[in-house]
Design a protein around this ligand. Sequence first.
Ligand SMILES: Cc1cc2nc3c(=O)[nH]c(=O)nc-3n(C[C@H](O)[C@H](O)[C@H](O)COP(=O)(O)O)c2cc1C
Length: 175
Amino acid sequence: MQARKRVLIVYYSLSGNTERVAKDLAAHLDADLQRLHERTDRRGFRGHLRAAYDSLSERPAILIHSARQAADYELTIVGTPIWTGKITPAARTYLESIRGRARNIAFFTTSGNTGIDKVVPTMQRLVDLESIASIGFSESELRDAACYENKLTAFLAAVRPVAARTQGGVARAYA
Ligand SMILES: Cc1cc2nc3c(=O)[nH]c(=O)nc-3n(C[C@H](O)[C@H](O)[C@H](O)COP(=O)(O)O)c2cc1C
């Protein structure tokens, strides 16, 4: 039997903050990385206005990508910016799409200052799975190198034991 892959990181990012965290996590965990793209254009003033309306009204997004299968991975980590105190439409649609498929799930967010605790219940409900870890980064924390490293390290420590599992139950060491 082929061993299950270990970690998939799926994220949506409009202006790059969430992408930065996703890439850093992927480098530390040697994970596969997938950026979500949606049909709606969110750029510019009108795009931001639509983003605010769509997130607030919990509208799903139409995703344009060939999704990697969460079921193929021991751990799926989903990252999203927070818009109007909610997750993005793209993250909402993705989480719903993997309901019942992900084995283990963890979340991260970036935001101006809204904490991840505000959106974790929604994220768990959408995917119908309790997260093994979650971490939110405010914009000021993203600018503070020491704070960023500390929070990243804490999150990595929480997910590594699960990420190291393989189908055969053999743990894999990380550098
Ligand atoms: C439409 C819109 C709504 C936002 N709403 C919030 C919010 O409710 N709370 C907050 O702390 N930040 C909010 N932000 C700021 C973003 O969450 C923050 O800049 C985030 O890091 C952007 O991630 P990205 O660079 O990956 O797109 C909002 C940004 C946009 C564009």
